[in-house]
Structure formats: C-alpha cells, structure tokens
Ligand binder design. Structure first.
Ligand code: GLC
Length: 747
C-alpha cells in the first residue's frame, strides 16, 4: 500500500477509534444506568463541598461520609490532596454499585504554583503561554486527586466595579474566545483520562459579567442579539475546544435565572451547540431561584432546574431532596433525569475511575510535581509577560526615562508602600495558601534582593496600610525617601478586594495611598509607582504627575522576581491591557468597541450636543490594547491584497513594523476592523486579529493578517451570522486607537 493510501487510512481510523471509544463508554453507561435505583441516579447529581475550604455559604448536614456510602453524593468540591481524595474514594467503593466520586476544585490560575490572575495573563496576549500555565495547573491538581477544575471563567466584563473581572480575559470577545480555547486545551491536555489532565469547565453560563451596576449576582438585561454578539462567543469557543463541562450562573438573564433557563442550557448549549458534557449549577444557584422569585420552594426549584438542563446541583441539596418525588409525580421526565445521570457517568468512565478509582490520588506523584522548579520558571516568565508599562516619561534632571533601572548602579533605592513586603497578596483571589507559602511566594522586596544580590542599596518604609486613614507612617517614609536617590512605590488593593462578591462602587486607591504618593513626589526625587490590583483602578493624579507607572496586577508565586526582571530591563515589558481603564467610575460601562451613535464626539473635549460628559474628557485613562515598551515601534501604512472583496473570499492585510528604539522588545500587532454601514449598527472598531512579534533594535518585520468571511460577519436581527456588502476600514497598530488605516469594499 503506498504511503498516501496509508495516511488516508490512518486518518479515517482516528475518528473511528474515537467513535469506537465513545460508543464503548456509552454501552458501559447504559448498562450501569440499568442497574441503578432512582435514588442512586439522583445521588449522582448531588455535589457537595467539603467544609475545609468552602467557597460559598455551607450548610451543616451531618455525616456526609455516610451519604457517600449510600450513593447519595456523586461529586465533591474542595476536597484536595492525594491522601484525602483516596480516603473518600475508598468510602465510595463501599456503595452498592461502587460508583466513584468526582473531585472538583477552583483551580483558576494555578494550583500549587500560582500564576498571574487570569486578567493579568490576558495582558500577555500570549495564547501559548496561557495554555502552558493551565497545563501546569492541571498537572499539579491532577496529582492531588482533582479530576475537575471550575475554570476557565470566560465571562466578558466591561465593568471594573465587578470584582470578578480579575478572573476572566477582559472586555473583548475575540481575544477572550482565543484565551478560553487555550485554557481549555491547557487544562484538558491530551484528553480526559490522562492522569495529568483535568476536566475544564466554561463558566458562568451566561452573561454573569454584565451584572447591572457591576454589582455581583445582580440582574442582567440585554438583547438576545447582544448576548450572541458579545457574551456567548467565548463559551462557544470553549465548547469547540472540547470543554468537558459548563457551569451556569447566579444571575437572571432577562428575568430568567440562568440555572433555570432552558433557552440557555437546552436550546443553545445542548441543542444548537450539541454539548454532551456536564452542566453543573453554581454554588446553591438551584435553591437560589426561590430568592429570585422564580421558584415557589426548593422542590419547585429542583423541578425547574432539571427541566432546564442543569445536570448537577452544587450545594443547594434540592435535587437529592426532591428529584425522586418529582419523577414519581411525573413532574420530571425520566428521559431528562437519565440524560443528566449519563452525562455524569460518562465522564467518570472517561476519567478511568471505574477501572481505578485511585488513579489520580497518588502521593508520590503529588510530591514530585508539587516542587518542580520548572513550574516556577514558567510562573516567572508568565508574570513578566503580564506586566503592563503604562508610563515611562523623561524625568528631569537627567531628561531620561526612569526605566529600566541598571542593577550595576550604586543608586540608593527606597522601596516604599504597603505592598512592598506583601507575600500572600501576590497570589490574588482564587488561590490556595499552602503552609510554606512565604518561602515560595517572592515578594517585591525579596525580588529586589534576589536581583541585586543583597539589600545594601535598598531601604524600606511601609508608609501606610492598604486601607484606613492613618498617615503616621508618612514621617518615616519621607525620611527614607529623602535619603534615597530613587523612590519605588508599591501600592494598590489587597488581593481580596477583587474577586467573588468584591464589587466596589468606587475604584480609587484605597486608604491614604494616593496621599503617600503625593508626599513622595513632593520630595522632588524620581518616583516610580507600581500598582497591584485585580481590576482597573482610578488613579488620575498619579497618572498625571508620576513619570513612570507599572501595572503589576497580582502575579503569583514569582511576583517579586518578575517585577525585578522588568524594572531592571532583564525583560522588556510587552503587556497590553485586555480591559479599558476609566478616568472615572462615572464613565462605566466604558469599552473600546462602542457604537458611534448619532452624535459621536470628535475629540476629548467635544461635549456640546454630542455623546459626552460635560465634566470629563471623553476618552478613558488607558485604552484597550495599550501598553508601552522600553523601545518604540513604528508602523508602515497598511497594504490590502485588494480594494474589493467578493462574498466568501478572504482579504490579506499587511504592515511592516520596525523597532526604532534601543532595546529588543515584543509588540502585539493588533488589527481592528470597522464595518462602516450595517443592518445593525456596528462598533467603531473591533479586534479581529493580532500577532505578538519580537524585534531587535532597528529590525523590521512584515506582518500579514488574513481576514476570512467570518471576520466580516456579525449576528443580524434574525441572529444569522452574516457579512453584508459595503465599506470596511482596517486599522493596524499597537493598541485599539491604531491609526494606520486602509479600506476595502465587500461586494
Ligand atoms: C462560587 C463561584 C464559582 C465557583 C463555585 C465553587 O460561588 O461562583 O465560580 O466555581 O462557587 O467554588
């Protein structure tokens, strides 16, 4: 047989093999299902948290282990560690049908090795790097008995008052979709069933990030078209990437709680998209439909949620209390119940847990992967890439930018501020504190010592706390500053000021931190400000008066080393903002891909009879896609492969980028598209492609983007994905205000 025929045969064999595996598991699921009592089926849909690390309000309910023996619990969350998961699995093996437990955990941005918070990672625009950190998180979690992570969170968020912006990929659907797919692939690796892979979970389905007022858990109201255009794409991308599960969301969408929405779960997810995995409710969200005023009581909530397609009930105990009765009363169709149970059993077979329930609970493997120096190196590299340089103006005297610093210089550096010696805060929200964290998490202070080899040229003053009005620390800070040649301030939020249930009505720096900065600037010494937070903050005075500003988010285990690498020029910052930074909370919601309106503003100060505020410039403080480098990049004009495009054809756009500065550096070349006239008004511009390139000083590179028909398409009034004839503008540059422009017409 010639080589070509051999290749063809093997290609046909792959899907057949996969299909064969799937149908083999289907057969096992069906035969097991036929042996199960109604009570045992319902037990598989009951997920409880262990009490040791609850991530929501817990209900004491007696001896959970006995319920495991009775087959009344199908999954646990917040049980971790090879030993602990093994011991609970041993109890599950005492149940009548010996059905193993699924162990789940919120492994959001690392497990033992903590990576930058997801919003910070998104600022790297490095999809391969984000896949890699998810991969490592899976390796570490899987070695500790975890089968299932409740990540990636793929909620689009345009409101930084919402604390969970830290957990996602920012405001743009295109970028967030690519990141969602990368993270799913990272967590699931070579596939469910490998003992270094975990089931991923796309959450929170859907539109949880659009909570009114940026207030967590609040109502969401939007057109279905906007839902399809802005909020669903990252979920669709996760599904296409093979995500094993979805989690529905706490919010109501247009008056229907997502957990009880058959439109979301049966029509879109399981119907149109053909999703075959597990849908789990969010913590107590089944029972919370009573609070929503959508269910009369817990039994009614169980009925609604099951009929709507919510397979597993996390922590509300509605299913285990009422589903048996509801089935007997024919309020729930056994077909739907069986479908939910089969989805859960399928994953347990796919994970190999029936062959070996303990295959993930391996203490030797756990120790081996937990202290893996290679993981720390990846964490350091990811942290570097996540840092965003917001400002690096020339400072007088010297008339030079303050950054990068030079480790060889003898300058005395004062490190001042409440976050200089912070340790656990660097891990951000959704990270687990381990006993020896202080030896593993590198503070800013330690990062500088590691970089310089000692603390001889360093001095320190805390200055103030993160919160509170006490300024008594300013005196020592002023003294320390006066004795130094350079002041580096480390300020921001505390890690738990952003995250779940952490909405803030105002985004200023908490406490007296801004006053501390003013005191430091008043010394006349050069000042660099590092801001750590899980969200965009508002810091206008600093932005206007401090020559160098670096956004350091929450960077994880290697934070201090990564920040020192950037400040001392061992890594040239390349981060670009994945979310708009407002000048004021009054501008929110503010995002780059806005519609022009009938009265668009023409400039920052244009505010008469145009869509604008009379008391604020129209632009945000920092735009989506913005970030500086120690070098500079020049963009040539945009060349298109044609000026007209026939339907179904693709267009190429090319630009030459040159490093015109003195440092090698990376640039995220971004392409934005404007569909000038549409049957639905289209945004001023939308991100449609990007490429991160590295250039040496003086080096030029041509970057070529291909725009296929999908890039020109949008959901019309009938929710059809269409590309409409007409004029399109292409903008290419280093942020969403790119000015290099070319136009073409779609015929
Ligand atoms: C929380 C979060 C969800 C998380 C779950 C389990 O309330 O909303 O993202 O996965 O409960 O911790």
């Amino acid at each position: 047989m010639n080589f070509f025929r051999l290749v063809l045969l093997s290609l046909t064999l792959i899907p057949c093999t996969l299909f064969a595996q799937h149908s083999a598991i289907d057969k096992k699921v069906d035969s097991l299902l036929s042996l199960m009592t109604l009570e045992e089926k319902v037990g598989q849909l009951n997920q409880l948290s262990s009490d040791f690390a609850a991530t929501g309000p817990i209900t004491k309910d007696g001896d959970k282990q006995d319920r495991v023996r009775q087959g009344k619990i199908g999954s646990y969350l917040n049980v971790t560690g090879a030993a602990r998961t093994r011991s609970l699995q041993e109890i599950a093996m005492q149940s009548r049908l010996r059905i193993p437990l699924l162990f789940a955990q919120d492994v959001i941005h690392g497990y033992r090795t903590i990576f930058p918070i997801p919003l910070a990672e998104a600022a790297s625009w490095d999809l391969a790097a984000m896949e890699q950190t998810a991969r490592i998180a899976a390796v570490e979690a899987a070695a500790s008995g975890i089968h299932w992570t409740f990540a990636p969170m793929v909620d689009i968020a345009r409101d930084p008052r919402w604390g969970r912006v830290m957990e996602g990929a920012g405001e743009d659907s295109y970028l967030a979709s690519l990141i969602a797919a990368a993270r799913v692939k990272g967590f699931q690796g070579k596939g469910i069933g490998n003992t270094d892979a975990v089931m991923a979970c796309a959450k929170h389905f859907a539109a949880y990030g659009a909570a009114e007022g940026g207030r967590d858990y609040n109502s969401v109201d939007m057109s279905v078209r906007k839902l399809y255009e802005v909020y669903l794409p990252p979920f669709k991308a996760a599904k296409e990437a093979g995500v094993a599960s979805f989690m529905n969301s706490f919010n109501d969408l247009n008056g229907v709680p997502a957990t009880g929405s058959s439109f979301l779960q049966r029509k879109i997810l399981k119907g149109d998209w053909g999703f075959k995995g597990i849908v789990v409710s969010d913590w107590g969200s089944v029972g919370e439909m009573v609070n929503h005023g959508y269910a009369a009581d817990l039994k009614d909530a169980a009925r609604i949620a099951m009929n709507a397609g919510s397979d597993m009930d996390m922590e509300s105990r509605a299913y285990v209390a009422h589903l048996v009765e509801l089935v007997k009363d024919k309020k729930i169709d056994t077909v739907q119940l069986n479908d939910a149970v089969k989805r859960v059993l399928y994953k347990k077979f796919e994970l190999g847990l029936f062959e070996d329930p303990y295959r993930f609970s391996d203490e030797k493997r756990e120790q081996a992967v937990w202290n893996n120096p290679a993981h720390l190196q990846v964490a350091r590299e990811m942290a570097r890439k996540s840092i965003v340089l917001l400002k690096n103006d020339k400072f007088t005297p010297g008339n030079q930018p303050l950054l990068p610093l030079h480790s060889g210089s003898k300058k005395k550096i004062a490190l001042i501020g409440p976050l200089v010696k912070a340790i656990g805060d660097n891990n951000g929200f959704w990270s687990y504190s381990w006993p020896d964290d202080s030896t593993r998490v590198v503070s800013l202070w330690q990062g500088f010592i590691n970089k310089l080899g000692n603390a001889n040229s360093l001095t320190y003053a805390k200055g103030c706390e993160i919160t509170g009005s006490d300024t008594t620390g300013f005196t020592a800070a002023r003294k320390t500053a006066r004795e130094a040649d350079l002041i580096i301030l480390s300020i921001g939020e505390s890690a738990i000021m952003s995250g779940e249930a952490k909405s803030r009505s105002q985004l200023q720096l908490p406490g007296v931190q801004e006053q501390l900065v003013k005191e430091m600037v008043a010394t006349g010494k050069p000042v660099i400000v590092l801001i750590s937070a899980g969200r965009p903050l508002v810091f206008n005075w600093i932005a206007d008066h401090v020559p160098a500003i670096v956004y350091t988010w929450w960077l994880g285990t290697q934070a201090g080393n990564a920040i020192a690498d950037v400040l001392f020029g061992d890594y040239n910052p390349s981060g670009k903002l994945p979310i708009t930074f407002p000048r004021s909370e009054g501008q929110i919601p503010i995002y780059y891909n806005y519609l022009s309106t009938g009265r668009p503003f023409k400039s920052d100060t244009d505010n008469t009879y145009v869509t604008a505020y009379t008391d604020l410039p129209n632009s945000p403080r920092y735009v989506f896609g913005y970030g500086l480098s120690y070098t500079s990049f020049q963009y040539s004009s945009v060349q298109l492969s044609a000026n007209t495009l026939s339907k179904g054809q693709s267009m190429q756009a090319r630009v030459t980028v040159t490093n015109t500065g003195n440092y090698a550096g990376e640039e995220v070349v971004q392409l934005y598209l404007q569909d000038v006239v549409g049957s639905i008004v289209r945004p001023e511009r939308e991100l449609k492609a990007f490429e991160k390139i590295r250039l040496n000083p003086g080096e030029s590179r041509e970057v070529i983007f291909t725009l296929d028909p999908t890039a020109l398409s949008f959901f019309n009034e009938k929710l059809e994905l269409v590309a409409e004839p007409g004029l399109f503008h292409v903008y290419i540059g280093g942020n969403s205000q790119a000015t290099q422009k070319a136009s073409f017409t779609l015929l």
